[in-house]
Design a protein around this ligand. Sequence first.
Ligand SMILES: NC(=O)c1ccc[n+]([C@@H]2O[C@H](COP(=O)([O-])OP(=O)(O)OC[C@H]3O[C@@H](n4cnc5c(N)ncnc54)[C@H](O)[C@@H]3O)[C@@H](O)[C@H]2O)c1
Length: 340
Amino acid sequence: MPEPTATSSSPPPVLVVGGAGYIGAHCCRLLAASGFRPVVYDNLTTGHADFVRWGPLIEGDIRDRAAAARALRDSGAEAVIHFAASAEVGESMIDPHKYYDNNVAGTLSLLGAMRDEGVNTIVFSSTCSLYGNAGGAPISEATPPAPVNPYGRTKWMIEQILSDFSQAHGFSAIALRYFNACGADLDGRIGEWHEPETHLIPRAMLALLGHVSDFTIFGNDYDTPDGTAIRDYIHVDDLARAHLSALRRLRGGHKGGAFNLGTGHGYSVRQVVEAIEAETGRRLPGITGPRRPGDPAVLIADAALARAELGFSPECSDLNTIIRTAWRWHLRHHGDIGGN
Ligand SMILES: NC(=O)c1ccc[n+]([C@@H]2O[C@H](COP(=O)([O-])OP(=O)(O)OC[C@H]3O[C@@H](n4cnc5c(N)ncnc54)[C@H](O)[C@@H]3O)[C@@H](O)[C@H]2O)c1
């Protein structure tokens, strides 16, 4: 089936659920530049109204099925990109109810609203967390999911729900399993902004700028060359491009599925810290703490399937670009109040 084409007079509306957050906002920017009309649906719990710049914001919660259905109806959306979730692994261990409620029950409610309105195309934010401790080799989608924390379990449950909805209700769904999202928009207008911030690169930068007092490397006794954990870092603009191609593939009749998004290359925490110090000319405190429970030694993507089926090819996920763009955003947004 050929992909419906956008006309300049009527860009196809897409409901970007969670579009006021870090990755969703970058996706909206690309959607708008690519002939779509992003309409954000977000409850602003962790998102920012200031990030909604490329289309309207409808404030609402995915657990409110009637409100989500109304947003679909009012926006005229013919597809959903679903970023909304609670997404802190550590928090999910101590408050699993919040995760099953917001992520699983919330998504079920959103899918119900989609059925109510006859919208059955969805791109979903999944995660490499669903692989658990999968070992050191690049992980392909053939690796059976075995999440080791409630956050990862919610994402795996949602993927299975999407697969059932595809079978039973004719949904077209693509789940994108991101590895470590990072970096900021090349113009420096939007970037990674979580409160609290637990991710390595923004946390290091907040420490360098004096916004947080502690910065710790968790674990230096892993079985890796320098003892610190190795991750696959993927620039948020490359993630946005993958969402655009997933959306286009689904509109063109793709049957859907799950795809890893990473570079296939890992960097250790120590290497990332050294690259941040080189870019900023500042020193981070060399504090190391114990490993965090549930943190695997190595997580690297085999993204061959996304390359083959979605045409996914990272363009700006080299470590220098990631750190340069992230630093520019943090300097501009948070400001330097005197760190290291
Ligand atoms: N950041 C990463 O490294 C990473 C890695 C893998 C997967 N993911 C997934 O990507 C998605 C986006 O992550 P992010 O880093 O942009 O997070 P984020 O917190 O910046 O964005 C999430 C957005 O969803 C909104 N939201 C949350 N619950 C909602 C609800 N019940 N109703 C309506 N809106 C709601 C928030 O207000 C926020 O704007 C999440 O689903 C996350 O699990 C992120």
